[in-house]
Design a protein around this ligand. Sequence first.
Ligand SMILES: [Zn+2]
Ligand SMILES: [Zn+2]
Length: 377
Amino acid sequence: MKALVYDGPRDVRIKDVPDPGIENPNDAVIRVTSTNICGSDLHMYEGRTPMEYGRVLGHENLGEVVELGEGVEHVRRGDRVCLPFNVCCGHCGNCERGNTAFCLNVDSDTPGGAYGFAGMGSYSGGQAEYLRVPWADANCLVLPEDAVEKENDYVMLADIFPTGYHATELADVQPGESVAVYGAGPVGLMAAYSAYLRGASEVMIVDRHPDRLKLAEAIGATAIDDSKSSPVDAILERTNGIGADKGCECVGFHAHDPRGREHPESTMNRLVSSVKVTGTLGVVGAFLPQDPGAEGELAQHGKLPFDMGEFWFKGQRMGTGQANVKAYNRFLRELIHRDRAKPSFLVSHELSLLQAPSAYENFDQRLDGWTKVILKP
Ligand SMILES: [Zn+2]
Ligand SMILES: [Zn+2]
């Protein structure tokens, strides 16, 4: 089959690789019909992670079940399924408690697995024609009869919609509250969108890319351009000097100033300043324990000059980490099915798998108008 293979920093190619097959009785194989390029794919693309050469990328996958192991009980051949980016077993201690992003049975040195991802097991990615899905009963979210018609919405259930929602869950967003969101990439936009689904009265979202800020405004958020003025001042101004009730960090360790210099602590510290005393922060932007490509020595070891004093003095709380996609994907699926949510509003490009290498290049340069890419193998 054809697949997108990582051949080194900024070098991805379409290659012929062996078709996946059933390896364990609980496996399924799907024919991939939609697979997204994610901001975290770019971390690997840029060579900022220990990604092995020759691996297939792609962790945001949707497709049709074409093969089943004899142990699979609840998934049928022909089902349209969306797969959480976290590979999970469904029955370890962490999975049982809903913490499927930290599954203890995946073939990884640390808890948590993912398709086509550095440091999260050897699972192959879905930017390919076919994908093997382990523990198919636990990992396949079966889609309803409008699966094909709303495919571009449902594929967002693999990662960014639940991840954006997770930010608002960690931040404990309640009806009527104001929410500050740093980052208007796909996850930040999904966090803003989720905050409104939870009844937020105002969402203020900080970024500097005009295309992203426009999308933020299209969903009713207040767009704040941090290349023009201080986002903290803007948020304090809009909240009578008090700060937002809750805050979401959706940028991560690549946070940089408008001139391109990286300051991995900048969004975290601004978030602390933008949120009121006793407010809660949800941090889903990726921070890594090691980042050898970082500019400063602290950052190379995943350490940040974090404003602990202000954070403590304000009595704030913080939740962090990858989204447990399975904790949210069923009810978010129902919101899409019943026309209460349409996350495909942020899709900018639908391309064939063969166009993936150039799509990586354009997305990596954050070219205007490249907000979210769906590949159709
Ligand atoms: Zn992703
Ligand atoms: Zn597990």
